[in-house]
Design a binder for this molecule. Structure first.
Ligand code: HEM
Ligand code: HEM
Ligand SMILES: [Fe+2]
Length: 475
């Protein structure tokens, strides 16, 4: 049995380092979420020691950072396979990882130990910029940008040296956009409207354009690896998805410009283009199921191809992605995207319901799938089957997050009715609705489902660490 790293490429070894840090931060994210969720119900919990604002801040920043880590890792994982060459400048790339990880550690320690500072430039430079999701202080912000530009160079130089498949070409173009957009969140202005305007360029255009394209890239690569999908078909889908994602996602950003002080024409632009955004998500869903359906036809002997699923847990997570992306981003996003609806739902727990299912369904799922591909490669396993732990992980995490989403949707619905529709969105109405029975019950269930999610995560971590021992090395 081939245990231990038998990796041919150093780039893939580096990818596993990124994945490891990503999993640690994922765990930290869940713990912070549980603290914040407890504080919703028992506001005195850790009062003035570790306030809600800090727990929430670390929860969502850890989320963004673990996903970026996993995405960078995934790029380093697939590049050598696709291009047939080692990552160019691999030693520097490893150094970049160390610098980035040291910086992230310092930033997290400052978040947890210092928490906040006075409203001056010192705080912006050394504690946090106060921009939701991308709060890193300016020194780290600049450092992150430098490491990301370095990463871009490694991707490009490797792609230029090796074979440029369709998957690699899309990855190259998308990485320019992804890294470039990060820079939009780095400026500083006194106007909160202008600040929000540019902040959304990072947040919206990341999750509704460039990150989604990466999902397409990972799904294409993964489906070829796992079920031996036809490269031509997979890459054709990829180009269609890219066109649709950018076609709707860029102006779809208008759905965040309804109420921040931007001109009113954004109502129409935002309504129209964001309403089109679910279409590429439907396309992505069809893509995965189509490939799978076609492949099972092949397995029945209707054609040629690989007869087995090379990695069952990864495929299961890829399916979770197809469903989760469609439901969390497409359906839950569409619910509140028209200004006529959003004027009631804006900033309620409904938004949080969508945020949870979308981030989880669209990104956490596929990235976990890629972790399983890496476990397979690292342990040199021909066919990776599901274990008891991997099944517990996928069931509990999916049930947990979907359960949280439903609970938050009910709370949000109560808020919309009582606070917004019935009592007219006054300051007092906010507090009345916070005490309403349905609202509080929903938050109770969110906490319960959060614990279910955490238990699932523990199974996942255990499974990823131990899978090599149970695998079947057949040809
Ligand atoms: C994977 C893709 C997506 C992710 C990860 C995502 C995530 C989020 C998150 C976290 C927020 C809350 C932002 C905040 O803190 O203010 C948000 C807001 C919003 N999202 Fe999405 N989203 C995605 C796709 C979509 C799609 C496709 C639509 C529409 C079709 C949509 C519509 C909206 C709207 C209208 C808001 C504003 C909510 C409000 O006014 O409070 N989202 N999204
Ligand atoms: C143990 C499980 C979890 C618990 C208990 C939890 C709890 C929370 C709490 C209490 C908040 C603050 C909400 C507010 O300000 O009203 C929050 C925000 C958020 N969480 Fe979680 N969370 C968990 C897991 C996750 C997961 C798995 C994801 C995504 C992969 C996620 C993504 C988010 C996002 C995007 C926000 C910001 C939402 C917004 O601004 O609308 N959380 N979470
Ligand atoms: Fe958006």
């Amino acid at each position: 049995m081939a245990i231990g790293s038998t990796l041919k490429w150093e780039g893939q070894q580096l990818a596993t380092w990124y994945f490891t840090v990503a999993m640690v931060l994922f765990g930290a994210q869940l713990l912070m979420g549980l603290i914040a969720a407890t504080q919703f119900l028992y506001p005195s919990f850790l009062f003035e020691i570790f306030d809600f604002s800090t727990a929430r801040m670390v929860h969502i920043n850890a989320l963004v950072v673990w996903m970026v880590y996993a995405m960078v890792g995934a790029a380093y994982w697939l590049l050598p396979d696709e291009t047939g060459v080692e990552i160019v400048g691999i030693k520097l790339a490893k150094l970049g990882f160390m610098v980035l990880t040291a910086a992230v550690t310092v930033v997290v320690l400052v978040y947890i130990l210092v928490q906040y500072g006075p409203a001056d430039m010192m705080t912006i430079w050394f504690i946090g910029e106060g921009r939701e999701y991308i709060e890193a202080p300016r020194w780290a912000d600049i450092g992150i940008a430098v490491v990301l530009v370095g990463f871009l160079l490694h991707v490009f130089l490797t792609a230029i040296k090796g074979e440029r498949t369709g998957i690699v070409t899309v990855l190259m173009a998308d990485m320019i956009a992804l890294v470039g957009l990060y820079l939009c969140g780095m400026g500083f202005t006194d106007s909160i409207s202008m600040d929000q305007f540019w902040w959304w360029w990072v947040i919206h255009l990341w999750v509704e354009a460039t990150w989604e394209v990466l999902v397409g890239v990972f799904a294409a690569y993964g489906l070829i690896r796992i079920i031996g999908a036809n490269r031509q078909v997979v890459e054709m889908w990829l180009w269609i998805e890219v066109a649709m994602l950018f076609g709707s996602g860029i102006l779809g950003m208008g759905h965040h410009y309804f109420w921040i002080g931007t001109p009113e024409y954004w109502w129409e632009i935002g309504a129209l283009f964001s309403a089109l955004e679910p279409l590429p998500l439907v396309a992505m869903f069809i893509h995965v199921t189509y490939d799978w359906g076609k492949q099972s036809g092949i397995a029945k002997g209707e054609g040629e191809g690989r007869q087995v699923i090379a990695n069952t847990p990864a495929l299961a997570w890829f399916f979770s992605n197809a469903f989760g992306n469609f439901l969390g981003a497409g359906v839950w996003g569409f619910f509140h995207t028209l200004p006529q609806v959003n004027i009631y739902t804006h900033g309620t727990q409904f938004t949080s319901a969508h945020g949870h299912l979308a981030f989880f369904g669209a990104y956490a799922t596929i990235l976990i799938g890629v972790f399983y591909l890496a476990v397979q490669g690292t342990n040199n396993i021909t066919r990776l089957r599901a274990t008891f732990d991997s099944k517990m992980a996928i069931i509990l995490i999916n049930v947990g997050v979907f359960g949280m989403t439903v609970a938050l949707t009910i709370s949000g619905y109560g808020q919309v009715l009582v606070e917004r529709a019935q009592l007219g969105a006054t300051w007092e109405a906010f507090f009345v609705s916070q005490d309403a029975l349905w609202f509080v019950q929903g938050l109770g269930w969110r906490l319960v489902m959060g614990v279910v999610t955490l238990v699932g995560f523990i199974y996942l971590a255990k499974d990823l660490l131990s899978t090599g021992k149970y695998a079947i090395h057949e040809r």
